[in-house]
Design a protein around this ligand. Structure first.
Ligand code: PXL
Length: 287
């Protein structure tokens, strides 16, 4: 691992709405990583609840950009994929994992496909199998509950479940071929919500929770995945990184609610970047 870990971030660039690259870049930078952006598409805004957005697909640019980086001899400590704009992009990301992941780079796939029981309007059911295949190439995946159900090909379930059920859900996702699984939006206690984290290599499981703030909070999956990855690259265990991400996302949502801004424009993550810097200075809690 480089002193400043280098991350290839494969997400869309939505100019407005604080998601994908516009949160991955600042969060991972604050946590001490260098972020190299491989945009999958450029949009004026994200597609959730904001109509009339512009959309430029960058599938054709991804290969040449990666080839240039390869010709420069660049190596990466982590490969982090999120929102993908076409079926072919999942194959391209899998290929990048092969080309850039052989040196032990951490491969984190956030299988961004939907939320609240439904696929996003831009995501068609025939693309789910491609995402599941990409997850099988990853070291860590971070589906929300909706994405977890689509990956397993089963009806979407209630977010409330006990720890044993959450653990079973993680184990079944792990059986797709991925050793570490974090499912977001899981709730074991009334009035609280969090993430179920399972590390099949150690058998470690935890379900960190924070107070639940009702509402639809755009971009929080991307905030979560970025903090989780920043924590892992700083030496946190999966469970400690998940707990850090749950707390951070809760703080963002609570501040956004207190501000009363339109949640479609994303959560207030900027004012707490300092806590991420402090949490990762000098490395995290190893274990
Ligand atoms: O935060 C997930 C996300 C990322 N990128 C785009 C999106 C969404 C969710 O709607 O539309 C473009």
């Amino acid at each position: 691992m480089r002193p400043v870990p280098r991350v290839m971030a494969i997400h869309d660039l939505s100019g407005v709405g604080k998601c994908s690259l516009t949160v991955a870049l600042p969060i991972l930078s604050a946590m001490g990583a260098e972020v190299c952006a491989l945009p999958t598409a450029i949009l004026s805004t994200h597609t959730g609840g904001l109509s009339g957005y512009t959309y430029r697909d960058l599938t054709e640019d991804m290969e040449p950009m990666a080839a240039h980086w390869q010709s420069l001899g660049l190596r990466f400590d982590a490969l982090y994929s999120g929102w993908l704009g076409s079926a072919r992009q999942a194959d391209i990301v899998a290929d990048l994992f092969g080309r850039f992941g052989a040196n032990g780079a951490l491969k984190l796939v956030d299988p961004v496909m939907g939320d609240h029981g439904r696929l996003y309007s831009t995501y068609t059911p025939d693309r789910v199998a491609g995402m599941a295949a990409l997850c099988a190439q990853a070291d860590v995946i971070t589906p929300n509950l909706t994405e977890a159900c689509f990956l397993l090909g089963e009806p979407c379930r209630e977010e409330t479940m006990d720890a044993a059920q959450a653990r079973t859900l993680c184990e079944r996702l792990s059986a797709l071929g991925v050793p570490r699984v974090v499912v977001t939006g899981v709730s074991a206690h009334a009035g609280r919500t969090g993430a179920a984290a399972w590390d099949a290599r150690t058998g470690a499981f935890a379900l960190p929770e924070a107070p639940r703030v009702p509402g639809i909070w755009h971009g929080t999956g991307d905030v979560f995945g970025s903090v989780l990855l920043g924590g892992l690259l700083s030496g946190f265990s999966l469970l400690d990184a998940a707990a850090l991400a749950v707390d951070f996302v809760h703080g963002c949502i609570a501040r956004t609610q207190a501000l009363g801004t339109d949640p479609r424009f994303g959560v207030d993550f900027e004012r707490d970047l300092g806590s991420l810097m402090r949490a990762t200075t000098g490395g995290g809690c190893h274990g």
